[in-house]
Design a binder for this molecule. Structure first.
Ligand code: ATP
Ligand code: MG
Length: 686
């Protein structure tokens, strides 16, 4: 029976070539390398749909995206394209694409399923970055490095160094020399620290983010297990390949050693994650690695942005020191140039944005079609206050999350500890919630538990510390119940809340609000089948923060999107505002160290600009204090418009001052006969 592929008519010939590449045969490796908004993700979705209508089993398709949100969006797109042709009901396609997710999420799942084969305990818990830093800190103290010298790297820096070595698959001394030169003198101590950190993780059966990739790669390097894991999939497709690191590339190549069934998609001009050891070399070296069998498709038509927006974005990236081969064009004609808005300060900046957003909404652009982007999560603070004041609902992607609030972390720690009583970071957190229990007592309790073959029993045998009072018995009882899974999921969360509530009341003035937050957490939990899945998913990819403390906005509600530029990757909106387009911010003061870093900052601005379809506003607050590091310490200066928009390319923008300057009324000017030569005095100042 002929297959109905009319849906492919929506694609242009190059996109179609990619979507049809080797369908029905054992396709060789395919690389789609193309600029922003050229339909890479769309093509990938069509390719998956096309594979499915040609009989590929969706449960044997591995789809790797940059965030869980992107994976869900991709599944929805495939659903829209394929469900009619496949004649299946709504939700069937996305439900069947069970292996769509991030590298870390998929890694966690594969490791649990294959744990026994690599002698890993499948009940491992996952540490997020903060937990990892806490554990690093514990180990650092145990080794007395922090006491030895006050200038020993902080827990965050130690973790960053460790993570860099793992993800870049590099050598510690090399990494220290090239990225953290000021820590090079501690090389010996750091090596010892990292060894102890790894041992601590293993003893406690916890994996950090990096382990999810490292263990996955390790599993793949065992020939028999590697072959078994890779044989679970017929197709492996990766979006945003330019932002993978060498460990991820190693995993990927091990999943498809001969490249058959492998599709990667990306844009070298949008590589913005080298600070997390991502390397654009992965995408550039792809053809060579699989030479001569790799097929390459390039796309040069941008379907997203209006021509003036694209021209401005192209002008920014054209000045890069590296050359990108693409020359994107768009036939979406428009009169409206992107706008460079000079405002006095941050207060005016948020005033301008809020006004504009409301005006666009009145003109028919829903809030959801509008986004405000910024370099660093903390830069949205003043805007969040203004939006709340004006009752404009918003959701924030990236940055500080609901889950980072202390009381929410406490609840999660209770669950995590019950899941794995050897997890010392979780245990420390939970035990210290009790009155009178500090790190020493907590450490003693954890030692007793950790040394026992039956931790739950050992905990129940620990004599109650003197000052802990009633809540101690409550905790022993709670943990006992949770670890034996006596209560149905997600009711156990409510059970934990009942234990925690009186303690919160003693500790926080706003306990009632915190309890409401926890109830919200219980609602989120209800969406997960069990505790393990809930903890894994939440640790890897927490839900986004909302302006509405009472609950996550419903899907049909309208809200403005606030996002860091990094988290805005791959997305698009009708109207985009970018905050603080000034030197010291884009490029960030940290980013001006080397040409390499500077170029990444330029690409970041390019990514931000290419998110816009019809309207783009870049804001330049003049009174935005930036810090410049000099030999004599930090210097605070007024901001300048970003160096990435020099005078030569300013013509691509409409340049406005806001609020508009009121012209000086001539009748108020002094009449003839100025006694002072102001002009020469002004010149004399310089
Ligand atoms: P990015 O580099 O930002 O990830 P991308 O290359 O993945 O972008 P998409 O997000 O897939 O681009 O597509 C950008 C926009 O162009 C989307 O709105 C998509 O629907 C539209 N588009 C893509 N291909 C076509 C096409 N052939 N015809 C019409 N619209 C298209
Ligand atoms: Mg994309």
């Amino acid at each position: 029976m002929p297959v109905d592929t009319a849906f492919l008519d929506a694609l242009n010939p190059e996109q179609r070539r990619a979507a049809e590449h080797g369908v029905g045969t054992a396709a060789g490796p395919l690389l789609v390398i193309a600029g922003a908004g050229s339909g890479k993700t769309n093509t990938l979705a069509h390719r998956v749909a096309n594979l499915m209508v040609h009989g590929a089993d969706p449960r044997r398709i591995l789809l790797l995206t940059f965030s869980r949100r992107a994976a869900a969006e991709m599944s929805r797109r495939v659903e829209r394209i394929a469900s009619r042709v496949l004649g299946v009901g709504s939700g069937a396609v996305s439900d069947a694409l069970t292996w769509a997710g991030t590298f870390h999420g998929i890694g966690a799942r594969l490791l649990r399923e294959h744990a026994h084969e690599i002698r890993l305990d499948p009940a491992f818990t996952i540490h997020d970055r903060e937990d990892s830093a806490d554990l690093m800190n514990l180990v650092r103290h145990e080794l007395s490095f922090s006491e030895k010298a006050t200038r020993f790297p902080t827990k965050g820096t130690c973790l960053a160094i460790y993570s860099r070595v793992v993800n870049a698959q590099g050598d510690l001394d090399e990494v220290l020399k090239s990225v953290f030169p000021w820590c090079a003198m501690w090389s010996g101590e750091l090596r010892q620290l990292f060894g102890a950190y790894v041992a601590a993780k293993q003893a406690q059966n916890v994996l950090d983010y990096d382990d999810l990739l490292l263990y996955w790669a390790g599993m793949m390097s065992e020939p028999a297990i590697g072959a078994q894991v890779s044989s679970r999939f017929d197709h492996v497709l990766v979006d945003e390949y330019q932002d993978t690191n060498s460990l991820q590339a190693a995993v990927l190549l091990a999943m498809r050693p001969d490249g058959r069934g492998l599709t990667v998609v990306g844009d070298d001009a949008q590589s913005i994650y080298s600070f997390r050891a991502a390397t654009v070399r992965n995408i550039l070296d792809f053809p060579g690695h699989f030479s001569p069998s790799a097929d390459i498709v390039t796309l040069d038509r941008n379907y997203r942005s209006s021509q003036p927006i694209l021209a401005a974005a192209n002008a920014v990236i054209e000045q890069a020191s590296e050359r990108f081969t693409k020359n994107l064009w768009s036939d979406r004609q428009s009169e409206a140039k992107p706008v460079l808005v000079t405002v006095k300060d941050e207060a005016d900046q948020v005033g301008y944005v809020a006004d504009c957003v409301l005006r666009s909404r009145e003109a028919g652009t829903p809030l959801k079609q509008q986004a405000v982007l910024f370099r660093t999560s903390s830069h949205s603070g003043p805007l969040e206050i203004e939006l709340t004041r004006r009752n404009i609902p918003f959701v924030k992607f990236g940055g500080l999350k609901f889950l980072d609030a202390a009381h929410i972390k406490d609840m999660l720690a209770i669950l995590r500890w019950a899941e794995n009583l050897r997890d010392r970071v979780a245990g420390f957190r939970v035990l210290q919630l009790l009155p009178g229990i500090g790190p020493t007592t907590a450490g003693r309790v954890l030692d007793a538990i950790g040394n026992s073959p039956n931790p739950a029993w050992a905990f129940s045998e620990v004599p109650a510390p003197a000052k802990a009072g009633q809540s101690w018995t409550g905790l022993v009882d709670l943990i006992g119940k949770l670890s034996k899974r006596e209560t149905a999921w997600p009711l156990e969360l409510a059970q934990a809340r009942h234990w925690y509530e009186p303690l919160m009341e003693g500790q926080y003035e706003d306990a009632a609000i915190r309890v409401a937050d926890i109830i919200q957490l219980e609602q989120i939990a209800a969406g997960f089948p069990n505790r393990e899945k809930f903890l894994t998913e939440l640790t890897l990819d927490p839900p986004d923060a909302t302006s509405d403390q009472a609950g996550v906005p419903q899907r049909d509600e309208d809200y403005l999107i606030l996002s860091t530029i990094h988290s805005a990757k791959g997305q698009e909106w009708k109207s985009v505002h970018v905050l603080n387009v000034v030197d010291g911010c884009i490029p960030s003061d940290l980013g001006t160290g080397s040409t390499h870093e500077l170029e990444e900052e330029r690409r970041l601005l390019y990514v931000a600009m290419t998110r816009a379809k019809d309207e783009l506003h870049l804001l330049v607050p003049q009174r935005f204090y930036v810090t410049q590091q000099t030999r004599n310490g930090d210097r605070h200066m007024y901001a300048q418009r970003t160096r990435f928009i020099p005078r030569e390319i300013k013509a691509h923008f409409e340049d406005i001052l806001w609020p508009p300057v009121t012209p000086i009324r001539s009748d108020l000017l002094p009449k003839a006969g100025l006694s002072v030569d102001l002009a020469s005095r002004m010149r004399g100042m310089w």
